[in-house]
Design a binder for this molecule. Sequence first.
Ligand SMILES: [Zn+2]
Length: 476
Amino acid sequence: MAELLMLGQRLRHFRVAKGLTLDQLGGRVGIAPSQLSMIENGRREPRLSVLEQLAAALDVRLADLLDETPPTERAALEVELERLQQGPLYRQLGLPDIRVTRSMPQETLEALVGLHRELARRSRDAIATPEEARRANTELREHMRGEDNHIAEIEEIASRMLRDVGHTTGALTHRSVSVMAERLGFELIYVSTLPHSTRSVTDLEHGRIYLPPASIPGGHGLRSMALQAMAHRVLEHSEPADYAEFLRQRLEINYFAAACLMPLEQSVTFLKARRQHRDIAVEDFRDAFGVTHEAAALRFTNLATTHLGMTVHFLRAGDDGAVYKAYENDGLRLPVDVTGSTEGQFVCRHWAARRAFDRTTRTTEFYQYTDTPEGTFWDSAQIGSASTGEFSITVGVPFADAKWFRGRETTVREVSRCPDVSCCKRPPAQLAERWKGKAWSSAKLHAHILSPLPSGTFPGVDDQELYEFLEAHAPR
Ligand SMILES: [Zn+2]
């Protein structure tokens, strides 16, 4: 279809260039002007022999007629409009086709093509619907499960870069992060007025990474953010084509930052030493490398299976039990919806991720054994708080591996029968009978369930604000 349109355009172009009318050219090759017109409009496919005669009559090569390049800018627009009108997007609207004629004013043609392009762009963006985003998220989690949450290539890159700046032990300093940036040709600049829709901005032309000012100088967040910004360059990311790629890139930059802050070799040495003393604790791992509890817990899942030989699970859950983030390769049955997505689903009331909230002391980890239909698991949970409320970070292992951890001697033991609804998803019969139909409550909207999903266009950066920022801060 598109090829016929282009052929027609090229045919007309050469005919007009030769100063021939439809009648004249038709006469030379022995076909009716009406037939020739239909060929030029892409509505009829000419036989090869006819094409050869036409090429000869126009004094061009057959290849010139069959070339896919639009002969003029105008022709390109005409073909694009025809193509877009035939496309499924426009067909669905049930609107009439507009005949593209040579008398159509250039601006009408440009306006129509512009509208069609915008329609296509918007519908592409709309593909990042919550369903699509959830599916992409689930696929990525399943992929990482297959890899034991480990990415060897990123570990290698991070290790090499750390060696290059002479980092050998302990927490990665802010100074080392700056030197790493310099080696990549970037300068870290702290500004108080980043565009609202961004966490950091990278000016590739001038080699600058703009970051928010340090609320806690040298804090984990800032080093992490700088490393994430550098990661896009180090891992050679280009603009993500879809939501799945956007998620994968985000995972990779987080992974890179974690692999720098908690380097492979030092982390594994640290954890193996703790294992020897049967005293592994995420809180110690966190403190040894100066990171957040969540970062240390996630990093532990990167290394536990490939380097310590144990399967694990990780959960970040809200105080209502809703999952924000989860990972498992040890058989723990995460709550999932029909699509297999776990974000926003509620974990069993008997799991450590929820029982930890009942405790009044929250400065140390909470330990618990849980008997589930999938076996017995041991968990350590830590409560934290964010602007969205309190949350728990859980790291757990199957019963057999509990012996390596601090807190293995806990006497707290719960039984979970989920997903059996009689476990905790249904109120006790007596209470139900007492209160059914006698009360009414107003539900809270779970903002965090929607928050990991993109709103409107993705990645959701306001270009105008971004470019104005870059312009204002660029070196002169
Ligand atoms: Zn339950």
